[in-house]
Structures are given as structure tokens and as C-alpha cells.
Design a protein around this ligand. Structure first.
Ligand code: PMP
Length: 398
């Protein structure tokens, strides 16, 4: 019998296929590789015992409830705990303003589905968070890059691009950005909020790293700027302060948009895992998350400092990098003429890895840029990793 060919898969899905970077990084799964590539939180810092107890408690006490279907909006106790935490950090929030999501990654998809028609313009930082670019591409949006400098998004460039492109939404990670580690200063946050007020566009403020501050003072959220209060969606996550495997995050959005996100989420996964939410809420009730975040901060500060201490001896003369006040990433620019992808090929032979910067750009990529994540390995291994990186640089430039 003749077998008819199947119709093709959607073009938008196959456009995010294999990439040279992914192919090379696949070679770094060997245990001897010291990787500055993945954004993986340090697993030895997970509070496994505290979480085990929280799961055991909720399963022992209310199995019929925590194993049952539940509300799309999320576990009331978890929403309350999340709202209290935001309020305590300076953003007054009612539990009713929050929707619990399956990681903040899902929140991005929900907002994107709720707001975007094919062809709508989305502005992003250039470079910016890669998986957000993919979400907007899946929605059929036209992604337009906004230039950045050492302080993040350039508000003057933003103004000009907004006038030209009439965007529907601006997506940004203002604090300890992925991939650059940069933080947008208060004046620029105000300028972004005022631009949204003046021109009418949504702001999606993605903040999975804000609690991981090692020096300096917290900077207020764009969500707390009055001009943008009715047009900003804040995304939060428990991935970096509790554990990413829980897949717990939330979005805080104005009522009308939040209601649409609830409907979208209902059709996506009905709700985030009942038992995971209940265990997290129990953990937040019985344990001291602030103390745990303090432990993570101290460990990551040491790791950042170990990386920064090693870079001058490893990178070629003329390289430049930043000193982030928090988060997980340092952004490096090699001297002109050096290619971060080429150096990665050499680095992998020396059992060390990182991510070249190019894939993070929606606009013209900078082939000399690269991202170093400093949180996955303890300081001694970071020191060894940086020495290997130095060997790779010397081999490449010899
Ligand atoms: N936004 C940014 C900027 C991220 O870096 C990440 C995780 N790498 C996420 C969102 C997704 O986090 P979650 O685990 O909460 O889905």
C-alpha cells in the first residue's frame, strides 16, 4: 500500500533546531569538564532535608487534598507567602494579584499567548535571555533588539525604537540579567516606566535573580514605578532561591491581563502541581527561606570572587568583563579578532566550557562576547577552570 507523506511540522517550531553551540556543549557532559556554561544552581546548596520534610508533612497530613486537582490560580497559602515576600521586599502585593506558574518560564509563555498576535512587535534587550526570544518567536512576534551598554538597556535608544516600531511589549531582566549580569540603574527604570506610560506598551519584568545580591543596595522594581504600575507584569521564580526542579514561579499582573493568563494556563496545564505547591508553602511556613538565601548568597559571592580573581591571568590582554553585584553570570568581551566560538572549541579540549555570546543576540551578534556562569562549581574548581581557560587562550593565540 502507498503510504502518504505526513504534513510538515510547524515552521516556527523547527526554526529552533540544533546550533553549533549546542553541539559543542553536548561534548561537555563529561565529569572532568569544569563548566561555566549552564545556569545550574549549586545542587549541594539545595535544602534537600527541609524539602523532604515539607513533602512528607503535607502528604501525611492532607494526602487527599495535595494529590487532588486544584485551583488554576494556585495554592492560596503559596500565593499568600509569595505576596508577603514581595511586600516585605518593597512591592506591596495582595495574594489575589498573583498567579502561580510552572516556573517563571511558563509565566512568559502565558503572557506571550495572552498578549501577542502574529506580527506584533516585542522589544528585547540585546543581548537578552535566549529562551524568551524563543517564546516570542513561537508566538509569531517580530522581535526587535534594543541596544544595551554596561548599565543595561539604553533608554535613549528605547525611545527612538518605540516611536518607530510601536511595540506591544518590552521584555527585560533588569536585575543581574541573563546573560550579562548587568543591573539597570533606578533612573533608567524610571525612564522605561515613563516610556511605557507615554507610548502605551506592556513591560514584562523578569526577575529570577534579584534576591541573589552580593554587594550594593537593592534597586526598586520597574513594577513599583507609578507610571508603569498598570502596565507591568512581574515574573518571579523559586528556582534560584529554593530549587529549579520544583518548577515553581509566579506572575504578578494587573487584573484584566491576569484573568486572561489564568484562562490560558487552564488550557495549558490546568494548574501547577498541587503537591509541589503545598510542599513549598509548607516549607515557607516552617523554615526560614531568608536564612537559606543568605547561605546561597555567601557561597555565590565567594564563587563570583574566585572567578573574577582568576580572569586577569587567564584572558588575553585587551579583554574586558564586568563585576556583577549579584546573580549568576559574568559577561566577557575578548579582544577584537578573537572568536568566542573558536575559543570554546579549544577550551573543551582543555576540559573547560562556557557559552559564546552570539546566540543571546536578537540583533547583530558580537562574536567576541561570552557568558561565564560562576555558581555551579566550588571556588577551588573555579580556580582550576579558569587556569584551563588560560591554557586554551594561550594555545589559540600562540
Ligand atoms: N528568566 C530568566 C532570565 C532565566 O534566566 C530563567 C532561568 N534560566 C528563567 C526565566 C526561567 O526560570 P524558571 O526556572 O523559573 O522557569
Amino acid at each position: 500500500m502507498n503510504r502518504a507523506e505526513l504534513p510538515p511540522t510547524a515552521a516556527r517550531a523547527s526554526s529552533v533546531d540544533s546550533s553549533p553551540v549546542r553541539d559543542i556543549l553536548a561534548l561537555t557532559a563529561r565529569p572532568e569538564v569544569i563548566s561555566f556554561a549552564g545556569g545550574l544552581p549549586a545542587p549541594e546548596l539545595f535544602d534537600g532535608e527541609g524539602l523532604r520534610q515539607a513533602f512528607a508533612d503535607v502528604l501525611a497530613e492532607a494526602p487527599q487534598q495535595v494529590l487532588q486537582y486544584s485551583l488554576t490560580e494556585g495554592d492560596p497559602a503559596l500565593r499568600e507567602a509569595a505576596a508577603r515576600r514581595l511586600t516585605g521586599r518593597g512591592l506591596p502585593t495582595d495574594p489575589g494579584e498573583l498567579l502561580i506558574t510552572t516556573g517563571s518560564q511558563q509565566a512568559l509563555t502565558l503572557v506571550s499567548t495572552a498578549l501577542l498576535e502574529a506580527g506584533d512587535v516585542v522589544l528585547v534587550e540585546d543581548p537578552g535571555y535566549l529562551a524568551a526570544l524563543q517564546v516570542f518567536a513561537f508566538a509569531g512576534a517580530r522581535v526587535v533588539p534594543v541596544p544595551t551598554d554596561d548599565d543595561g538597556l539604553d533608554p535613549v535608544a528605547l525611545e527612538e525604537i518605540v516611536r518607530r516600531e510601536r511595540p506591544k511589549l518590552l521584555y527585560l531582566v533588569p536585575t543581574f540579567q541573563n546573560p550579562t549580569g548587568r543591573t539597570l540603574p533606578p533612573g533608567r527604570r524610571r525612564a522605561v516606566a515613563e516610556a511605557a506610560e507615554r507610548h502605551g506598551f506592556w513591560i514584562v519584568e523578569d526577575d529570577p535573580y534579584g534576591e541573589l545580591r552580593y554587594d550594593g543596595e537593592p534597586v526598586p522594581w520597574i513594577s513599583s514605578e507609578p507610571p508603569a504600575a498598570d502596565r507591568t507584569v512581574l515574573l518571579g521564580s523559586y528556582s534560584k532561591i529554593m530549587a529549579p526542579g520544583l518548577r515553581l514561579g509566579f506572575l504578578r499582573a494587573p487584573a484584566a491581563l491576569r484573568r486572561i493568563c489564568v484562562v490560558v494556563k487552564q488550557s495549558t496545564d490546568l494548574h501547577t502541581s498541587t503537591v509541589d505547591q503545598a510542599a513549598a508553602a509548607r516549607y515557607l511556613r516552617d523554615r526560614d527561606l531568608d536564612a537559606h538565601v543568605g547561605v546561597i548568597r555567601r557561597a555565590y559571592r565567594e564563587r563570583r570572587d574566585a572567578l573574577l580573581a582568576g580572569l586577569p591571568g587567564a584572558l588575553p590582554a585587551g579583554s574586558a568583563w564586568n563585576r556583577p553585584e549579584g546573580g549568576m553570570f559574568v559577561w566577557v568581551r575578548l579582544p577584537d579578532g578573537l572568536d568566542a566560538l573558536e575559543l570554546l572549541r579549544c577550551a573543551v579540549k582543555h576540559d573547560v566550557a562556557y557559552v559564546p555570546g552570539a546566540p543571546f543576540y536578537a540583533g547583530e551578534p558580537d562574536p567576541a562576547a561570552l557568558r561565564l556562569s560562576f555558581v555551579t562549581h566550588p571556588p577551588e574548581e573555579i580556580g582550576e577552570g579558569v587556569r584551563r581557560l588560560g591554557d586554551a587562550v594561550r594555545e589559540l593565540t600562540a
